[in-house]
Design a protein around this ligand. Sequence first.
Ligand code: ATP
Ligand code: MG
Length: 357
Amino acid sequence: MNKIGGEEILMPVLVPKENWEVTGRWEAFDVLFKLKGADEKEYALGATHEEVVTPLAKKFLFSYRDLPMMPYQIQTKFRNELRAKSGIMRGREFLMKDLYSIHADQADLDKFYEVAKHAYFRIFDRLGLGGITYLTYASGGSFAKYSHEFQTICDAGEDLIYICDNCRIAINKEIIAEQSQCPICGNKKFREAKAVEVGNIFKLANRFSNPFELQYTDKDGQKKEAVMGCYGIGPSRVMGTIVEICHDERGIIWPEEIAPFKVHLILLGNKKSWAENKKEADRLYEKLEERGIEVLYDEREDAGAGEKFAEADLIGCPIRLVISDKTLAENAVEVKKRNGADSKLVKINDVVKDLIK
Ligand code: ATP
Ligand code: MG
């Protein structure tokens, strides 16, 4: 988001009723959590933030020179979902990364929309979902012909999409009824798949700038209405999706980009060797941390080897290192990848170098 010009902000979670009334969504948006303040003033918890970002932008927007604006946030959202299910995949409280773009005209919005779309593909690639995430044409509501969802093929998904293998795009079930051919190649042959909506981008045009009168003075001195786009990703749902896809019977297999730790270091030993082995493991832990490699260090003396191995597999860090009597006899550390079957012994002095390359 930063790379495409986004500016990170944090908007309030309590959104006054008046803001939702301006757009008609106090009544029309059926998943709002509504509450009363001490002064009887009414609020809804932020379910999406057009009703906040638009009046906020109004305070900073005077002339065409102030545009475009691309504020974004990563924040907890609240939606009173009728059917919350599958844990973090559909919650009433969840994380959203929401970027909003504000432009002088449709052409500038159209241009940025393509840039944002490209950035989304890069994000899903880096998350390890590249090959199975499809740009999916969905209904655009009343303000654009289409919106674009990013749908990841996954059996745990709630959505049905129709994939055109020629163009590597898909159409959402809800629009396949009205749009029975591929919008790019005209093909009518689709492959049906279950999928999870991990992201959604929309051209809002003047849906929000109009009711909030978000205007600016153009080069010619004329007052003009700004146009907007919005771009959402659900990081908590994405996390659930990745776990659905990247696991085996023993637990999670985190892709390296987003693993909570790159290395899971396990210390083993008996009563006699423990202190000596721990000295080696502590030294290795510090060396790895110094080189910027994040390590989850299991130095529990009261847990058995089997328990430690099982938990390492369950947690799913990409690389497991073991220091034990056996490995230290060879002056070495055992190295095993979570997604591979084999382990190897690497000399203790070479491990850091080995992990960095
Ligand atoms: P859905 O159709 O799945 O209900 P949506 O279209 O209402 O989602 P958006 O308003 O487009 O969702 O929100 C942006 C992103 O936030 C979605 O693409 C999704 O990744 C995530 N998201 C939306 N609702 C939830 C939820 N209840 N739990 C977890 N993540 C969610
Ligand atoms: Mg959506």
